[in-house]
Each structure stands twice: as structure tokens, then as C-alpha cells.
Design a protein around this ligand. Structure first.
Ligand SMILES: [Zn+2]
Length: 309
């Protein structure tokens, strides 16, 4: 089992919901300064070394956040790339901009971690054959962007459609529906088709979804679902040979104490759940994993094991 945390800054959620202006200064660094230490404490309690997907611009703008991440790397966690500025439409940007997003992140995260990153997760889970080629050229071992869930895809399409109706525009984009047929288990992508199994020398590690219904088993669903549904999702996910649990920094936000603006809290049910509830949900999930004998590994370790098979 792997646990990974996407450290999207609050500003990303601002853009998804097409809120006007920018988040207030005090909320800007909430994810790294307030939420990240909560994850570190949770993982330490369970003896889990995790993978943190870093939006590298934060390393330039937030010395305190950078120091926390550097310490996590020294403690044995993995720092991987979540691009430089988290553009949701990465796959649609000009080639030179995509290269810049990947290379700037590569340099900054490598400097912080003391070793070059070898893993990548695309903003908004949308990856392309071009991006996979750029990662291979830079010796990345894995990409972890595929999210083959119709439930997630449908919910995203609905939110974007609703915003359009009221004349606003989310910065989110809808990926190709081909992702819905992507394998659920780790695979080598095909050349030119990242969501199809093939023979490239890089590993794709998809987000966990349940078999058949393909319900997402990610942090957002675990902290917002009723307890019976959460336990069911986790039990099913733990039956697979590999459980890739994806979380977000904001999953452990305390809206009030972390001064998350009410405009954002009004739009995200997870922000309206008390921190104690969300922490208990994740705590219970990691306890359930250990109870069935799951072994925690970082995504770079999983990719290396898969590649050696
Ligand atoms: Zn993200």
C-alpha cells in the first residue's frame, strides 16, 4: 500500500471554483505550514513512509514550508513532482511551457530533497503521451496520474457545467474519456496512449478505484463519506494486490483555525467537516490496512518493484 499527498495550495481550489481575486495572505501557506505537519504526525504514528507531490513554486515562495519538506525527505519520505505552478490545463499548454513546468519543478524539488525526483503526478489527473515522453527522457520511474473513475469524471463534468451556466469558468479541464478504461492496477503505458497498457520503460500507478463500479477510494471520499461507506471502500481497496491511496493536503485542513476563507468553505463539503473527524477517518483507514497485513511503501519503491518483475 502507498499513501501519497498532493500538496495543492489553497489558491488551486480558488481557481477550480472560479472564485474572484486571490485567497487572503494568511490562507496562502496553510497547506504546507498547517496541514503538512498533521500528515507527518499521522504517518509517523503508523510507521508509514509516504510520497508527497510538491507544487514546486511553494518551495520558492515559502521558506517555512520548504524547511518542513526538507525534513520529511530526511526522515525517509519521498518528494515527487506535481509541476511548478499546478496548471490544470497542463496537457493543453504549448510544448515549451510543459517542459518548463516539469524542469523547474525537477530542479527545485531535487534541491529541497537532496535527490532528483523520479515520480510525477499531473494536475487534475490529466496526463498525455507527450508528458510521458518528457518524463522518460528525464529518467522518471513512474507517473501516477490516471484516475479511471466514471463517478469522479461525472462529478467533475457536472461542476464545470454548473459554473458555465452561471457564467463562470473553472480552471479545471475534462480529460479524455479514454482514462475511464485505464487499468486499475499498475501498468506500463503504451507508446502514444498513456491510459492503455503497453511496454514503455516507465510505470503508471493509477489512483485506487473499486472494481466494477470504479468508485474513487481517495482522501476526499474517505473524509466525506458516511462511516459505513468509508469502511466498505477501504475493505474493497485492501483486497487488491496494491492500494494506491491518494490524499490531498487540504484533507486535513481545520477551516477555522487555518483561516480558510468562508467562500471556499461554502463550496467544499470536506472543509465543513471537523478536523478531528477527518483525522479519525484517515487514522482508522491506516489501522485497517495494518490489521490485514498491508506493507507501506513509497511510490518510487512500488515502481521499482513493479519494474523488476
Ligand atoms: Zn493537484
Amino acid at each position: 500500500m502507498s499513501v501519497s499527498v498532493d500538496l495543492d495550495p489553497v489558491e488551486c481550489y480558488w481557481r477550480i471554483h472560479a472564485l474572484p481575486g486571490a485567497p487572503p495572505p494568511r490562507a496562502r501557506h496553510a497547506i504546507l505550514r498547517r496541514c503538512l505537519p498533521r500528515f507527518a504526525e499521522l504517518f509517523a504514528r503508523h510507521g508509514a513512509r509516504a510520497t508527497f507531490f510538491v507544487v514546486a513554486r511553494d518551495l520558492e515562495e515559502d521558506a517555512e514550508g520548504r524547511a518542513l519538506l526538507g525534513q520529511l525527505a530526511r526522515d525517509g519520505h519521498e518528494l515527487a513532482s506535481h509541476t511548478y505552478s499546478h496548471p490544470y490545463d497542463l496537457v493543453r499548454l504549448p510544448a515549451a511551457t510543459i517542459v518548463d513546468e516539469i524542469d523547474r519543478a525537477h530542479g527545485l524539488i531535487g534541491a529541497c530533497a537532496g535527490a532528483a525526483p523520479c515520480g510525477f503526478r499531473a494536475p487534475g489527473y490529466a496526463v498525455s503521451a507527450e508528458i510521458i515522453e518528457l518524463l522518460r527522457a528525464r529518467a522518471y520511474r513512474y507517473d501516477s496520474s490516471a484516475f479511471p473513475s466514471a463517478a469522479y469524471y461525472g462529478a467533475k463534468a457536472a461542476v464545470m457545467g454548473a459554473l458555465r451556466v452561471v457564467g463562470r469558468r473553472s480552471s479545471s479541464i475534462l480529460d479524455t474519456p479514454r482514462v475511464l478504461a485505464a487499468p486499475r492496477a499498475p501498468y506500463r503505458p503504451a507508446a502514444g496512449a498513456p491510459y492503455r497498457a503497453g511496454a514503455l520503460d516507465i510505470v503508471e500507478l493509477p489512483m485506487a478505484v473499486t472494481p466494477l463500479a470504479r468508485l474513487p477510494v481517495i482522501g476526499t471520499s474517505l473524509v466525506t463519506a458516511p462511516a459505513w461507506l468509508r469502511r466498505h471502500l477501504v475493505t474493497v481497496a485492501l483486497r487488491a494486490p496494491f492500494f494506491n491511496l491518494e490524499l490531498h493536503g487540504i484533507d486535513l485542513a481545520d477551516a477555522e483555525a487555518d483561516e480558510i476563507p468562508p467562500a471556499l468553505v461554502a463550496r467544499q463539503p470536506d472543509l465543513r467537516r471537523p478536523l478531528a473527524h477527518k483525522l479519525a477517518a484517515l487514522d482508522e483507514t491506516l489501522t485497517a490496512a495494518r490489521a490485514v497485513g498491508a506493507r507501506f511503501a513509497r511510490l518510487d519503491e512500488v515502481a521499482a518493484e513493479f519494474a523488476a518483475r
